[in-house]
Design a protein around this ligand. Structure first.
Ligand code: HEM
Length: 416
């Protein structure tokens, strides 16, 4: 099993800044739906829908994944992250400023040109690779894990490159096959970057924190080859101005394999831990399986598939991990401040299971309202309120963890 080397962990405030931003972006996504005029979930091409998609992909998932990488790579893979605190602070600023500019430009095109968001975000993704890839390349051991993470990082770069091209297309600077390239961009982003990274990291974290089995190496390797093979073929065909036949079915089947594979690994585990994280992942994987079903059912269901993947399934997987990391960050900070030999509160005292269950309940309720809004049973604004509350609770849980750590320090000071 992978060994965690806590001494290598970065200053806890840095990954925490990303994780907190992820929840704040969840609130922004909720607010966008609260303000919606009825168009957000109606078609995939509406400005409101595109803004919402990027509030999730860049704001919620982007922050959670950037922040987790900064924590995970040094601790679990012993990768040296270049330039430490300052580099991470710049990364955070670029990602969030770029995401905000892009979301505003997509939602309110009269306010700002999408060029700005595109340029700043292009810089954020280039910077991410510049600070992580050299260390990932140079680190020893864990080749399969490093390959998986390296492929996901390169997929992020392709996504960003295509995103910048799309922005130029939306602004009318270049003429491109917009719908065709949007599909390729979305495929590289959602499947290649987010799902690819989660699959790589899950090999380590699912056995460690949930007691689930790791996927058989060959099967996961074959899945990765099929995934990046499909994405490359889509890209090549799109550059030649053509659609890859069967791309939607292929993407749907790969998503289904990830979701059902993950569920099977949980079900077949001998010592599955009955902890909130396990249920966060089970619910997230079920939502992804439902999304795959929508994708396979045809183009008419693409908005439902998008909501199930981007607003429900992936955020559930990411939030489960975010809560575990939050506990660790608090504990590492206390250990560094108090020194060795002090009896510290456990990770689970900083983020109690009660808080995690409550958050899971709120996110599931928000997910249900989103599905109802997609089916036109309730207006999207109602789902927005539920989403806003669920992610506000996420902010509170993270702030409470910091508060508990500070309380412990204060009590210790008083007793000295
Ligand atoms: C440099 C960063 C990015 C930029 C500049 C960007 C830009 C864009 C633009 C302009 C569109 C709309 C195209 C059109 O209307 O014709 C779009 C669509 C889309 N993008 Fe991005 N994007 C970026 C990053 C990402 C990432 C990281 C993901 C996924 C993880 C992503 C997922 C999507 C999806 C799913 C759509 C289609 C949404 C729909 O069908 O409603 N984007 N992007």
């Amino acid at each position: 099993m992978t060994k965690l080397v806590m001494q290598q962990a970065p200053t806890p405030a840095m990954p925490r800044r990303f994780l907190l931003s992820a929840s704040l972006w969840g609130m922004v996504a909720g607010a966008l739906l609260v303000l919606d005029d009825g168009s957000a979930l109606a078609s995939r091409w509406g400005g409101g829908t595109l803004a919402l998609a990027h509030a999730f992909t860049l704001g919620v998932l982007g922050n959670a994944m950037f922040g987790s990488l900064l924590q995970f790579l040094p601790v679990a893979v012993q990768v040296r992250v270049r330039d430490g605190h300052a580099a991470a602070a710049l990364l955070h600023a670029l990602l969030n400023a770029g995401a905000a500019l892009l979301v505003v430009a997509l939602r309110w095109p009269a306010l700002v040109s999408p060029h700005w968001g595109g340029v700043v975000l292009g810089g954020a993704f280039l910077w991410l690779l510049a600070i992580l890839l050299p260390g990932l390349w140079a680190a020893g051991g864990q080749r399969f894990l490093r390959w998986g993470m390296g492929c996901a990082l390169l997929a992020a770069l392709v996504t960003a490159g295509l995103g910048v091209l799309l922005v130029l297309g939306v602004a009318g600077t270049v003429v491109i096959a917009q719908p065709l390239l949007t599909d390729v961009h979305a495929g590289w982003g959602v499947l290649g970057w987010v799902l690819g990274l989660l699959a790589a990291v899950a090999r380590v974290v699912a056995p460690m924190f949930q007691g689930a089995r790791p996927a058989p190496l060959r099967m996961q390797g074959a899945w990765q080859v099929a995934l990046y093979g499909l994405l490359l073929a889509m890209l090549m065909m799109a550059l030649a101005g053509r659609v890859l036949p069967g791309a939607r079915i292929g993407g749907g089947l790969l998503l289904l394999a990830f979701a059902l594979g993950g569920l099977l690994l949980q079900v077949r585990a001998g010592k599955l831990r009955r902890v909130p994280l396990t249920l966060f992942w089970r619910c997230g994987l079920l939502a992804l399986a439902a999304a795959a079903g929508s994708m396979l059912a045809g183009d008419a269901h693409v908005v439902q598939a998008g909501v199930l993947v981007l607003a429900i399934g992936l955020p559930l997987l990411v939030t489960g991990m975010q809560l575990e990391i939050t506990g660790f960050l608090g504990w590492i900070e206390l250990q560094r401040r108090c020194g060795r030999g002090v009896h510290l509160p456990g990770v689970h005292a900083l983020v109690p299971a009660r808080d995690k269950w409550a958050l899971l309940g709120l996110q599931l309720a928000a997910g249900l309202t989103l599905v109802m809004a997609c089916l036109r049973v309730i207006p999207a604004n109602g789902a927005g309120v539920a989403l806003l509350l669920a992610h506000a609770a996420g902010v509170l849980v993270q702030c409470a963890a910091v508060w508990r750590a500070r309380q412990f320090e204060r009590q210790r000071e008083r007793m000295r």
